[in-house]
Design a protein around this ligand. Sequence first.
Ligand code: ATP
Ligand code: MG
Length: 388
Amino acid sequence: MVAPVRFLVHYHEIGLKGKNRRHFEQLLAQRLRDALGPETVVRLLHGRLLVEPPERMAAEVQDRLARVFGVAYYARVRSTPVDFDEIAEAALELMAGYPGSFRVRAKRANKKLPFTSPEAEREIGARIVAASSRPVHLKGADVEVFVEFYQDEAWVYTSAQRNPGPGGLPVGSSGKVVVLISGGIDSPVAAWRMAKRGARPVYIHFHSYPHTSLDSLRKTVEELEVLARWHGPSRLYVVPLAGVQEKIFANCPERYRTLLYRRFMYRIAQRAAEREGAGALVTGDALGQVASQTLENLHAVEQAVRMTVLRPLIGMDKTEVIAEAQRIGTYETSIQPQQDCCSFLEPKHPATKSTPEQLERAESALNVPAMVEEAWKQAELRRIKLRN
Ligand code: ATP
Ligand code: MG
């Protein structure tokens, strides 16, 4: 009989206590089920999870586990009876392609076993030495052999089978956020970082059609399809901003134009957040990257809303953001050419240091609530599916 395919999934336990921990574990189990599909069994055990896919899905499941937030690391394991000879034999097979020194690390979830973990390590280690004459190094071993005892089984794997997960927290454990996504490089990375910390992102995109093309929307949808591979399906509000921009163009001082577009984006995003029950807005701003991203302007823009505005990229260099976008998989799409909706009628000399009072004055000729309402009425909701 072929042994069933099994992956052992570990999460970081720091700060997880009592009721919190159960909630976290159950949510992680659910996210694993969402990501791995109905044919894969996910079992919540003592402090870890066991994932059992059908044989033919082994490689795919291995690949997908690397993208489930909350997974600290995972390993394909061999299951043996609680028998030192059989455990050593399994370990030797798993170590075969990986030469050099080794050490054994044992953990017991079953505390009724008639040996301690150090005893198990010595017994198994001695058998591996006898069979292979490989040296034991307790510090800096080339290969680590992990043995986890659970009920009447031992799960065996080595550092060669152990892969890092993305870390973080299961999506949904930190509530919901509305991410302002432009189709550019930064905002998908900002969304990914929030999802990694357990926030469920709902997206909003603004376009200036017919003044600009709909390329930005097409790029945004493509980026969200990539992000779905990390956080699952999502919802995207698509909002035409041209009407708002025309009124700002006609009625407000040129130097504040970009900042006023932003204030309207935030206000409309706040409407989406109210509808969705989201706790914060998220942008891809990085300090000092462009004129609209100075401390003064970030502050003056966000006074337009009552909500927390989170900017997870605020302290990052562009090169760092690009490297992260490449790892996530959104980079290639994000660099395709597009006409930014804010480049539409961009001021020649944008204000680099504005105050909330200046922006309020600049908006005084506008009927702000009516404009927000009008744009929000035209919002279109799209569902982004997970395509594997
Ligand atoms: P990005 O690469 O995300 O476009 P950027 O460096 O080009 O960022 P800006 O264009 O100034 O910076 O935009 C700053 C942030 O404002 C974006 O990261 C995004 O969160 C939001 N934003 C800008 N344009 C739009 C848009 N058309 N739709 C939704 N959000 C937008
Ligand atoms: Mg941009």
